[in-house]
Design a protein around this ligand. Structure first.
Ligand code: DQA
Length: 153
């Protein structure tokens, strides 16, 4: 069965209580349950992880690259939170691991502060889903599955 990693970065453990006008009322547990249901619908197994630590996220991307190359994983749905806008190290990790990553942002970062307009993840990503709320995770999973089934992953 195709496997997917859903990786959430810093402060996404606070979903539901954190700036609900921007990020909505759903908790991280709700997001992870939504991803699990989406995986089941598409015949994929979904693993969800969250970390507030850049190095832990880098290690997860490296591990995903090894699993992708072993044919065990089709890709990663990654909301890097604020590290999106700061982390050359995460950019390099995705490039180095050579694993398809779909970058997700719950909010439309381009309609917000200027410091959110630049992403270090985007140039290394297979695709980007921005501004659809938590439905973005569903769209990203569907995109990765379609990509894998079309043979480009
Ligand atoms: C976010 C957008 C980032 O700018 C912010 O730092 C986050 C969440 C989003 O999902 O909209 O933590 O990635």
């Amino acid at each position: 069965m195709a496997q997917l990693l859903i990786l959430n970065g810093p402060n996404l453990n606070l979903l539901g209580q954190r700036e609900p006008a921007v990020y909505g009322a759903a908790t991280l547990a709700d997001v992870e349950a939504l991803c699990q249901r989406t995986g089941e619908r598409l015949g994929c197994s979904v693993e969800c992880r969250q970390s507030n630590h850049e190095g832990v996220l880098i290690d997860a991307i490296h591990e995903a690259g090894r699993r992708f190359k072993a044919g065990e994983l089709i890709g990663v749905v990654f909301n890097a939170g604020a590290y999106t806008h700061t982390s050359v190290a995460l950019h390099d990790a995705i490039k180095g691991a050579e694993v398809p990553v779909v970058e997700v942002h719950i909010s439309n970062v381009h309609a917000r502060e200027a410091f959110r307009h630049h992403s270090y993840i985007s140039p290394a990503a297979a695709g980007i889903v921005v501004g659809f709320g938590i439905d973005g995770y569903v769209l990203a999973i569907e995109g990765l599955v379609r990509r894998a089934r079309a043979g480009s992953a």
